[in-house]
Write a protein that binds this ligand. Structure first.
Ligand code: LLP
Length: 421
């Protein structure tokens, strides 16, 4: 459930009419709902109630400082994958001891910044990384708290580009080698082993792969404890999917996911961390756009929008579906017709949807892409010299621009011309 509903025939974000935001900031833009972010965060809190836990929002899904602060104020931790995300989390007010650092390619400089600023743990993904971290920590006279990310070789049954838990993927160390690598880690003076990490993929719509992976982690916990390691924390990753197509999908609820966690690892006495991104931010955001032209082709009608693949890349990159709704509510039972919904970028890949049934549209009409709060703004680019679109946060009847649209001059002046030209 989200807080983007029609009211008296017009689409609202909580108590703010989308049309009012359009009047203030122009199109296109992203808009997020505070109440929806908070609701989704609390669903995970309820799902893990009774277990010691920390919900570390995966900032890669939505990195706006205002979104991070909203969640941090509820007590959330943050999962970061670069020093840029680390510094943004700190700037949003997240204490270091609530930040976990994931990612396959952390540099020594990134490690140093995080150790200096404070970090809950590094999720280490390889032996070379383990040794690099040990050296950095020793050079600073500290010990780095770590988990090791294990690759459980489980099929997440999701899009191949976002599955991470199979042995052919670049992530983690093979679970079969875990005991050897933990032994290696225990011998390093700059390393403090605190737990195990696993993350098998994103947009999972089935709980079975989680169950398989977490059972393997539970077995590994027992083995490692028998080997003498103090495994006290389990980071179980993110990945729970959301209903992108409201009409025909109903992925599992956080409560059911929580039950899987309790069933598989609940009796180990570990503190549990999870790293949800999409489920918290995805359906808390819309991308609002205006129809520039309706173009009738030989075989089909094109809706040409003022937003494009550079603003929301998921359809073009993953063939992802986003529901598209008119900002003015169609009359009940109103006719629809199929449109190819496209942007102005000069490639055919700049297509949001093919043959999508929508009420008859005209130039100037407004549409909203649903489920755009995760992996939307964060993946945007300025391809075709299209400035990044603004982000807006709504809370009740208030809204604020939380990232302004850059001016053309700002965009142009980021380039510099060498003296010899
Ligand atoms: N933790 C780790 C280590 C991850 O790699 C990810 C996502 C998450 C947590 C959060 O997963 P979530 O709960 O959001 O599913 N750009 C793609 C998604 C890439 C996900 C990458 N890793 C998309 O637009 O679908």
């Amino acid at each position: 459930m989200d807080h983007f509903l029609y009211r008296d025939g017009a689409l609202f974000a909580e108590d703010v009419a989308i049309a009012d935001i359009v009047a203030a900031v122009g199109t296109p833009f992203y808009v997020y709902s505070t109440a929806t972010l908070e609701r989704h965060y609390r669903l995970f809190e309820e799902a893990l109630a009774g277990l010691p836990h920390l919900i570390c929002f995966a900032m890669k899904s939505n990195g706006n400082l205002a979104v991070i602060r909203t969640l941090a104020e509820l007590g959330a931790g943050i999962d970061v994958v670069s020093v840029g995300e680390y510094l943004k989390a700190r700037a949003a007010g997240v204490p270091g001891d609530r930040i976990v650092f994931s990612g396959v390619g952390k540099t020594r400089e990134e490690m140093r910044v995080a150790l200096e600023g404070g970090i809950r743990q590094f999720n280490v993904e390889s032996e070379p990384e383990l040794h690099a971290l040990n050296e950095v920590a020793l050079s600073m006279g500290v010990r780095a708290p770590i988990t090791i990310r294990v690759n459980p070789d489980v099929d997440a049954k999701t899009h191949e580009k976002i599955a991470t838990g199979k042995k052919e993927n670049k992530f983690g160390i093979p679970i079969s080698r875990a005991r050897a690598v933990y032994a290696e880690a225990a011998a390093l003076k700059g390393i403090d082993v605190v737990g195990i990490d696993v993350h098998i993929g994103s947009q999972l719509t089935d709980l079975e792969p989680f169950e398989q992976a977490y059972l393997k982690v539970a077995d590994l916990t027992r083995q490692l404890r028998a080997d003498g390691h103090d495994i006290r924390r389990l980071d179980l990753g993110g990945g729970l999917g959301i209903p992108y197509e409201r009409s025909n999908s109903a992925p599992p609820l956080p409560l059911d996911y929580g039950a899987v966690i309790k069933r598989t690892v609940g009796d180990l006495g570990c503190e549990v961390e999870i790293e949800p991104g999409r489920l918290i931010s995805g359906n808390a955001g819309l991308m609002v756009s205006r129809v520039i032209y309706v173009k009738s082709g030989e075989e089909r009608d094109f809706l040409i929008l003022d937003s494009a693949m550079n603003d929301l890349v998921r359809p073009s990159m993953y063939g992802a579906h986003h529901d598209i709704v008119p900002v003015v509510e169609p009359a009940p039972g109103a006719e629809t017709r199929p449109y190819d919904v496209v942007g102005p970028v000069c490639e055919t890949g700049d297509t949001f949807a093919r043959q999508r049934p929508l009420p008859p549209m005209q130039a100037g009409d407004l549409v909203a892409f649903r489920s755009a709060g995760a992996y939307g703004a964060v993946m945007a680019s300025e391809y075709n010299a299209r400035p990044l679109i603004p982000e807006v946060l709504v809370k009740g009847d208030q809204f604020a621009v939380i990232r302004a649209r850059p001016t053309y001059d700002e965009m142009i002046n980021r380039d510099t011309i060498p003296v010899w030209l």
